[in-house]
Design a protein around this ligand. Structure first.
Ligand code: HEM
Length: 466
């Protein structure tokens, strides 16, 4: 934003005033005046706003749509946790997403709470740990799928392959052997299409649902495909209580009234979790290789750890506790490249956040991407990739300074599953291959529903002993 419209806002966090200081109006950034530039390079504009706001609450004036941007960890904590009951998942991204995922775990209020209570034990540490052997077998099998590329030297698209791996792993955990490989592929593609076709509705959240927008019919087709794959599986698992996958487990669960969950509710929550878990995981794994290519010293240290811990074995549950640096690298990837780069909420009542009065009905955008890069929180080198930030002996930052998995009542249910999967993927790839990105120049994030690289990236792999 031009400096004429924005003086550096005074942050109530850096200079706390008296408790009774009257709330101020948020500084407004007239984005609508720079729409052409925003459309051309939204990330740079977004980073500029974040940098100038420097943790203060600001209002993005997009004309008809004027969301508030909240980035300071204290304010993020207020919105996502302390006062979460006032900040709902409605409007903006959520309205179109709910057409795919229903209104259970991806929604809010009593239906969300009921789903959360049922699903939390399924993703509790103990249960996820029990899944680790299945995850390891599946990751190893998925990485085997790259072997031809090691033989031929033929490059592949890294995001496509990380998506294939993420789809396979989550698909196995959720559906066991219940859907064919072909249906697994259809499901993965349909979810990807549903996501990309939502972009217009996300950017025009005030457009009524009866108004046709680009992507609408692709979205409807994708939802039909998802139903064609998942609905028969739910019916089938009702009669196979011992199948051992998440769908079978949900068929056994009783609701608040002691009744079995309806087919619709199981379908909605399974789809919601699959959607929440696949694209986010695939993009995080894609950024990992971008970060390693740009930081050879980190890549060398990571490789040394994998060599020492895994050697030429196939990575398994037993290796995970020793893959400490691997874990730190993954945490740092999620700091600089959080797949969920923004978390939108709609305010039920009015509130004061960071000293600024926000009226009822406002849209509030929390942005892990901007919070994770605040120099006032992460230091002047906040843009530098440095896994040592997560060394166990280092002081922990503010709980809400690092929120790739959000926090508060809606905190991600799949964070442990993701961590295990990501450690296994890194270990499987580096113990077998020397992956290299065949791409010059810095890779910039693209602000889509998740944070994606701004272009396709080719990777080659050579065998370790070649
Ligand atoms: C890198 C990987 C992942 C990232 C960055 C991520 C991020 C997030 C974030 C930011 C939220 C909070 C959204 C909000 O507050 O509105 C969330 C919620 C959720 N995530 Fe994840 N997630 C990841 C992987 C997964 C996986 C693998 C699963 C599936 C097992 C999963 C399941 C969920 C569910 C069910 C919720 C909704 C929780 C609720 O509202 O109660 N996520 N995730």
């Amino acid at each position: 934003m031009s400096s004429s419209v924005c003086q550096q806002p005074a942050s109530p966090h850096s200079a706390p005033g008296p408790e009774t200081a009257p709330p101020q109006r948020a500084i407004s950034f007239p984005v609508y005046r720079r729409l052409a530039r925003f459309a051309r390079d939204p990330l740079t504009e977004f980073e500029t706003i974040g940098g100038q706001a420097n943790g203060a609450v600001v209002r993005l004036n997009l004309g008809l749509f004027r969301p508030y941007l909240v980035t300071h960890p204290d304010d993020v904590q207020h919105v996502l946790s302390d006062d979460a009951g006032r900040y709902m998942r409605e409007g903006m991204l959520w309205k179109p997403v709910h057409r795919l995922t229903g209104n259970g775990i991806s929604g809010d209020g009593p239906p969300w709470k009921a789903s959360r209570e049922v699903l939390r034990p399924v993703f509790a540490a103990r249960h996820v740990a029990a899944l680790t052997d299945l995850l390891a077998t599946t990751v190893n099998e998925a990485v085997d799928g790259l072997d031809d590329h090691a033989t031929t030297g033929k490059p592949f698209d890294v995001a496509d392959e990380m998506t294939r791996i993420a789809d396979l792993v989550l698909g196995r955990a959720f559906f066991g052997g219940g859907i064919s490989a072909a249906d697994g592929g259809r499901l993965g593609r349909a979810v990807a299409v549903a996501f990309t076709s939502l972009t217009a509705r996300m950017l025009l959240p005030f457009a009524p649902s009866w108004m046709p927008l680009p992507g609408d019919s692709a979205f409807r087709r994708a939802v039909r495909t998802v139903d064609e794959v998942i609905d028969p599986l739910v019916t089938q698992r009702r009669h196979q209580p011992d199948a051992g996958d998440v769908v079978a487990l949900l068929c056994q669960v009783r609701n608040e009234a002691g009744q079995p969950l309806s087919d619709r509710r199981i379908r909605d929550d399974v789809v919601a979790m699959y959607v929440a878990g696949t694209e986010t995981t695939a993009m995080a794994l894609t950024w990992l290789w971008v970060a390693l290519e740009a930081n050879p010293a980190v890549a060398a240290k990571l490789r040394a750890e994998v060599e020492q811990v895994v050697g030429d074995a196939r990575p398994s549950a037993a290796h995970l506790p020793q893959l400490r640096y691997t874990r730190m690298v993954i945490q740092e990837v999620l700091r600089l490249y959080p797949s969920a780069w923004f978390i939108p909420r709609t305010m039920l009542g009015s509130d004061v956040v960071g000293g600024v009065r926000l009226p009822a009905g406002s849209t509030v955008m929390v942005s892990p991407y901007l919070t994770h890069r605040l120099p006032s929180v992460w230091g002047e080198d906040s843009h530098t990739f440095d896994p040592e930030r997560f060394a166990p002996e280092r002081a922990k930052p503010h709980r809400f300074a690092y929120l790739p998995f959000a926090g508060g009542p809606h905190q991600c249910l799949g964070s442990q599953l993701f961590m295990i999967e990501a450690q296994l993927v890194v270990a499987a790839m580096l113990s077998r291959y020397r992956p290299r990105l065949r791409d010059d120049g810095p890779v910039r994030p693209q602000l889509a529903v998740t944070l994606r690289p701004d272009r396709q990236l080719a990777m080659t792999i050579a065998r370790e002993n070649q």
